[in-house]
Design a protein around this ligand. Structure first.
Ligand SMILES: Nc1ncnc2c1ncn2[C@@H]1O[C@H](COP(=O)(O)OP(=O)(O)O)[C@@H](O)[C@H]1O
Ligand SMILES: [Mg+2]
Length: 401
């Protein structure tokens, strides 16, 4: 079993690259499913599927060629299948509080529903062993990487809130109904949440197992895109998911001589170099800008050849852990392996969400995840070949000495 995530900012080429990887994997004889989590689905466009076929197979994997299936998440369908009871309660609640019905339904699509649905699929596919390879085309990064934190959040919810809520609902329901005319969740709602949790069990272990799951970040050689890639990088690290490749897409080919592109090429070169520094030792896979959109099976095959250049696309391209970011006693600790350094070499600077580590002539910018960026105190310690950085105290002043 192999699971590969493709994540990155909107428009960088995630869907194309995920599809290209899926095609190669299927050609190698692996039963492969490509799943899209992007609301602006384009998998079906890329594979040129007709709408009738799509309608007939909503919410199910569609076979597109030998060993290859695609599956797009249809959130309305997901709601009916997975969220029926929970959704009904929330819509009902919103209705009673005076919102009009359409708005209530919109709002009842809870943030995170898509992500939880994705996790449900992953878990089911892994348990049913229907596929050898699952390729995931993530929604654009930014706000949408929450799915990684969902298993832990749900666990917390079930342990802390859920049991309490359930007891309260049992005793308060008859009274509250009479007085406030607000519906309280009934047993179906609780049962539905419990069932949902049951089906998510184990998915967190699958995601953090580097033998099974790795993440490939797709980026472009541009300032803003790279910045977001760095952030995503740290975020995946925080949740201990293993990143095994950085794919830099849309690089202008050397044979373009047109003076119009001179500046573009110069700045692209600069950002490619920066990316190599940022992400080292994770391997970088350069991909050039094609003459045209990359559509259809054959062109995607060409794209795959360019990305992997004869290598097995299912390989784990990077095995070490470049950073280890953990939370311990309410503080974060970032550890990285930096051989050949001495204490005098290290200089740390933190500007809001950015940490600059200078080690001799080597400078590393790390964009910190929100939780870590809030830390007020930063301390470094060198232990053998490992540099550990401690982040203490959040914006509420907790943890300050
Ligand atoms: N290397 C490339 N050269 C030319 N066009 C590309 C390249 N990579 C992606 N595209 C095109 O860019 C558009 C956006 O790509 P897509 O894979 O949908 O990005 P994302 O999924 O990240 O939003 C598509 O039209 C795709 O064909
Ligand atoms: Mg896409």
């Amino acid at each position: 079993m192999r699971i590969i995530f493709f994540a990155g900012k909107g428009g960088v080429g995630k869907t194309s690259i995920a599809a290209a990887t899926g095609i190669k994997s299927a050609e190698m004889g692996q039963k492969t499913v490509i799943m899209s989590l992007d609301v602006a689905h384009s998998l079906s466009d890329i594979f040129d599927l007709n709408t009738r076929l799509l309608d007939q197979n909503r919410g199910r994997p569609i076979k597109v060629s030998k060993n290859l299936w695609i599956q797009e998440l249809d959130i309305q369908e997901e709601i009916e299948q997975n969220w029926g009871t929970i959704y009904k309660y929330i819509a009902n609640l919103l209705n009673t509080t005076g919102l009009d019905e359409i708005l209530a339904e919109e709002l009842a699509v809870l943030p995170g529903m898509e992500e939880v649905s994705l996790l449900l699929y992953i878990n089911r596919f892994v348990q049913e062993k229907q596929f050898d390879v699952i390729i995931l085309d993530c929604a654009p990064t930014g706000e949408s990487l929450r799915f990684i934190s969902i298993p832990t959040t749900l666990e917390w919810y079930i342990k802390k809130i859920f049991k309490m809520e359930r007891t309260i609902a049992k005793y308060v329901r008859p009274v509250a109904k009479r007085i406030y005319n607000i519906p309280l969740p009934d047993d179906d709602y609780f049962a539905a949440i419990e069932y949902l949790f049951e089906r998510l069990r184990g998915v967190d272990e699958i995601l953090v197992n580097p033998q099974i799951t790795t993440v490939r970040l797709v980026t472009n050689p541009e300032k803003i895109v790279l910045k977001e890639t760095q952030r995503a990088f740290m975020y995946f690290c925080l949740y201990k998911m293993s990143i095994d490749a950085i794919i830099i897409n849309r690089i202008l080919p050397d044979d373009i001589q047109d003076a119009y592109f001179t500046d573009w090429r110069k700045s692209q070169r600069k950002y490619i170099k920066m990316a190599e520094q940022y992400f080292s030792p994770i391997p970088i896979f350069p991909v050039k800008l094609f003459k045209d959109e990359v559509l259809g099976y054959d062109r995607l095959g060409v794209l795959a050849d360019q990305i992997y250049d004869g290598r097995n696309p299912l390989e784990r391209f990077f095995k070490g852990e470049p950073y280890n970011l953990i939370k311990e006693n309410g503080e974060y600790r970032l550890t990285m392996k930096l051989p050949f350094i001495t204490k005098q070499d290290v200089e740390l600077n933190k500007f809001s969400d950015e940490l600059i580590i200078k080690v001799g002539g080597f400078k590393k910018h790390l964009l910190l995840p929100r939780q870590v960026a809030a830390a007020k105190k930063v301390k470094a310690r060198l232990e053998g070949q490992h540099l550990s950085i401690y982040f203490k105290g959040d914006e509420h002043g907790q943890g300050k000495k």
